[in-house]
Ligand binder design. Structure first.
Ligand code: SF4
Ligand code: SF4
Length: 345
């Protein structure tokens, strides 16, 4: 483990120098919100944020990705042969990821990298990526990370953690990747005991600020069919407009669709994010749709996160308590209430 302290200008300079060998993703302000963007020449990261509007899942699992390419032109030797589209797997680092979003990569790993299935691109990108967390000194009112296995200063899933000490950052590595990241940077200073104590005090104070809690202790023992038929789904789903905001913003939602796009005789096979909240998500080629009602779709989203995932993987709920779906659902559907309903049913 290495611990270094950087003044804020030193930190920016160090990240800028790193750009010559590594793609550096940082939080950047866009209108009223922050999102992760590649640090460009002359650009500055902006660490003055609570959390980014979109989680950084797209850095590993792009919203649209060309998987394969092909030609239908029979004059060409490789006509009708599917070839992997070129992809960039050069080393990259996400600097400023919140602990909940880093933990989310651990939860979705079970889907993308397990003994039965292995998504080669997701796995390769994770291998090539270093995650530098940013502890939350001021969690949002909608955060409930401490109830679902994470926390504002949690190091789970991270290679290093940054702590904002006011005029400087303390950066502590927790994996060999994190060590290598710190060694590559223009060197910071060793922290003194007073700075380390300050970081500890901030961690304790931040945990106390998390006022939202959700119960999870009885989810596993519930009977699936009883939860499935529970009467509360009618009320929970009533206002939903199936906009998909909750799923697109969620760091643990992983669903995608695969489509072919052909222009002339040249084709691409593309994978795009999809969402269980959209009516077309389950539409069969026959025209039958097993989830044609919004109650079924809303139920699916919550049952997947809070029951099917819990039962199948014994890895807790598929939610890291980031609070995005709570903050941005246009009709105020609140997953914290659904935790209460399901856990207490
Ligand atoms: S954000 Fe709200 S309204 Fe939109 S799909 Fe999700 S639950 Fe429904
Ligand atoms: S379900 Fe909501 S609170 Fe949980 S991880 Fe997804 S967006 Fe965050």
């Amino acid at each position: 483990m290495l611990e270094k302290v950087f003044s804020k200008p030193e930190w920016e300079e160090a990240l800028n120098e790193l750009r010559s060998t590594t793609k550096v993703y940082v939080p950047a302000k866009e209108g009223d919100f922050h999102n992760f963007r590649l640090l460009g020449n002359g650009k500055k990261p902006d660490f003055d944020f609570q959390n980014t509007r979109l989680s950084p899942k797209s850095v590993i699992f792009p919203q649209s990705e060309r998987m394969f390419e092909y030609t239908l032109d029979e004059r060409k030797e490789d006509a009708h042969i599917l070839k992997e589209a070129p992809k960039d797997f050069s080393p990259q680092v996400i600097v400023g990821i919140r602990p909940c979003d880093a933990f989310a990569f651990q939860l979705v790993k079970i889907n993308f990298d397990n003994p039965q299935y292995r998504d080669p691109w997701w796995v390769q990108r994770m291998d090539d990526t270093t995650l530098i967390g940013f502890a939350c000194n001021e969690p949002c009112a909608s955060c409930f990370c401490t109830s679902v296995g994470s926390g504002p200063f949690s190091e789970k899933g991270l290679d290093a953690l940054m702590v904002d000490l006011g005029d400087r950052f303390l950066v502590r590595s927790v994996t060999p990747k994190g060590d290598a990241f710190l060694k590559k940077l223009k060197p910071g200073k060793d922290p003194d005991a007073a700075l380390l104590d300050k970081a500890q005090d901030l961690a304790k104070a931040s945990e106390k600020k998390i006022s939202s809690k959700v119960p999870t202790d009885r989810l596993k023992e519930k009977v699936v069919n009883e939860l499935f038929d529970a009467p509360f789904w009618e009320r929970v789903s009533f206002a939903c407009i199936n906009c998909g905001t909750c799923t697109y913003l969620c760091p643990t939602c992983w669903c995608f669709d695969i489509q072919d796009e052909v222009s002339g005789k040249e084709g691409d096979r593309i994978r795009n994010w999809d969402a269980c909240m959209f009516p077309l998500f389950t539409l069969h080629g026959s025209g039958h749709n097993p989830r044609d009602k919004k109650l079924q779709r809303v139920r699916q989203r919550f049952m997947h996160k809070l029951k099917y995932y819990v039962d199948k993987y014994e890895n807790g709920a598929a939610c890291v308590g980031c609070g995005r779906c709570v903050q941005f659902c246009p009709v105020n559907i609140d997953i914290r209430e659904v935790f209460e309903l399901m856990n207490g049913y």
